[in-house]
Design a binder for this molecule. Structure first.
Ligand SMILES: N[C@@H](CCC(=O)N[C@@H](CS)C(=O)NCC(=O)O)C(=O)O
Length: 223
């Protein structure tokens, strides 16, 4: 399976970690949509949204991390990343979608865009008000919700699921951006640390380290 994306991206990481967990061999084809002229000429045929990740599995093309994980789940059922129980499945799918808006769209994306993409890649001024709103309002609101779910090892059903991949992947980029989960959210801090210490995530983080270092992002929270 070919995976298009860049390992430090929130949504690409979800797919890379899912592939590792399921033992699916993959080749990574690095595509960085925020860098002008970086994506290949036929990029929109591969990813209709223009976003990463996308895959090509023996000629079958699919974009969107959630769609890809659902596809991989059918093809490679173990270990399951979608709970078998109906309520737990609903909760996991909800948290994956919630992470895409409350954590990515409202927190990680505005910080990344204004702290990294605009000043360093597009040579545009950063919108400091957008960063401040993400850090001071959206992040505590989202973290408060997660804290209220009292996460221990996993968010849903006592096992790793797509919900954990989505939430943890966002928290990693939040940390790369020099931000931290503050002490108002002790359960979330412990939950995040536990995932960072997991072997599969550790291997994925080791692979993405060169990309993170090259962009001058903060790696100090990792071992
Ligand atoms: N719902 C999509 C979201 C994908 C997405 O937002 N990807 C980001 C990187 S994490 C991207 O491609 N950004 C490039 C851009 O905004 O141009 C998914 O789950 O794959």
């Amino acid at each position: 399976m070919k995976i298009y994306g860049v390992p430090l991206s929130v949504h690409t990481r979800k797919v890379l970690v899912a592939a590792r967990l399921k033992g699916v061999p993959f080749d990574l084809d690095v595509v960085i949509p925020v860098v002008p002229d970086n994506p290949p000429a036929n990029w929109r045929d591969i990813s209709p949204t223009g976003l990463i990740p996308a895959i090509d599995d023996g000629g079958f093309r699919l974009a969107d991390s959630t769609a890809i994980i659902h596809y991989m789940e059918r093809k490679h059922p173990t270990p399951a990343l979608l709970p078998a129980d109906s309520k737990e499945l609903g909760a996991a799918v909800f948290l994956d979608a919630w992470a895409g808006s409350a954590l990515f769209r409202n927190v990680v994306h505005p910080i990344f865009h204004n702290q990294v993409v605009n000043p360093n890649i597009r040579k545009l001024p950063a919108d400091q008000a957008a960063i401040d709103a993400a850090v001071n309002e959206a992040a505590p609101e989202a973290f408060g919700y997660l804290e209220s779910r009292a996460p221990e090892a996993f968010l849903v059903g006592g096992e790793l699921s797509i919900a954990d991949l989505a939430v943890v992947s966002n928290l990693i980029v939040f940390h790369y951006l020099g931000r931290r989960i503050d002490d108002r959210f002790p359960k979330l801090q412990t939950y995040f640390r536990r995932h960072l210490d997991s072997p599969v995530l550790g291997a994925a983080l080791a692979d993405e380290r060169p990309y993170v270092a090259q962009m001058g992002l903060d790696l100090s929270f990792i071992g």
